[in-house]
Ligand binder design. Sequence first.
Ligand code: TXA
Ligand code: MG
Length: 321
Amino acid sequence: MAETARAQTERLPGDAAGVARAAALLRQGGLVSFPTETVYGLGADARSGRAVAAIYEAKGRPRFNPLIVHVADAAAAARIGRIEGDAARLAAAFWPGPLTLVVPLRPEAGLSELVTAGLDTVGLRVPAAALACALLAEVGGPVAAPSANPSGRVSPTTAGHVLDGLSGRIAAVLDGGPCPVGLESTIVDVAPEPVLLRPGGLPSEMLAAALGRPLARRVEGGAVSAPGQLASHYAPSKPLRLDAGAPRAGELWLGFGPGQAHDGLNLSVSGDLREAAANLFAHLRTLDAMEGEGIAVARVPETGLGAAIADRLARAAAPRA
Ligand code: TXA
Ligand code: MG
């Protein structure tokens, strides 16, 4: 690779100067990781094929999959995709926030074909995190961003996580501290009927309430393949054993709820699913770095954010490719 790709990654402060530098690097075609309320994204100018190709290279993604396009507000989103009917309803209810809508692409939007992987749809998201909003406003154009982790690893929820995986491979990371939600956005494909592609930071019960009816879930092997639907997409290197009552010899413990005094960590001692979601990826990383042969995970209820937590845990526990 070119020497520039090996240059040191800048760690930018989460203030106006950091945002200005991050925006300048993005406009020049550089890769910049930035915090959203869900996880840190690895951003690139969505109109530049070269910049978007560099995302795949930095992540070591084995093949081209469609990327989520981030914009500052719903009006900017409507210039890139057709947001009508249920999509407009969901956008009005939940943007800015942890929801990605897959809608018909406006060809005149000028996105690189690498962003959409040649599909005639586009995944759009208006993040709520203040730094992400400030950055997108300053860039003034669409920013393609998958999660800022090497392919197949757990998504980063701190700037330190980003640097652990991508230091030296990206221009900069904008440090906004830990992500408050901690799980990737919920993805809904709205055409022709709303379908849940990925459970995430917005509970599907809230989507159903806004639509006045429950959502179907697209099964694996459906028409569109999303890497978030692949079995071992969110994998620590230690094996995970789910729905465990207690750790076995040699296992570390990932607990949920009160009353567990084992070697390991607890997602939320008080049994709060929001706290558990925010801790999930950081705790998996910490446990992965500790002494132990595996990780036993307590049962987490599958309501609200628990559905997305269970989804990520199931992937983390799936056999590796
Ligand atoms: O919270 C998030 O969504 C984070 C932050 C950075 O915004 N991003 C994220 O991106 O998780 P990524 O690339 O790790 O996951 C994006 C998912 C993939 O499963 C991709 O296949 C799907 O979105 N996707 C994007 N565009 C799509 C489209 N047109 N049709 C179907 N799936 C799409
Ligand atoms: Mg990802």
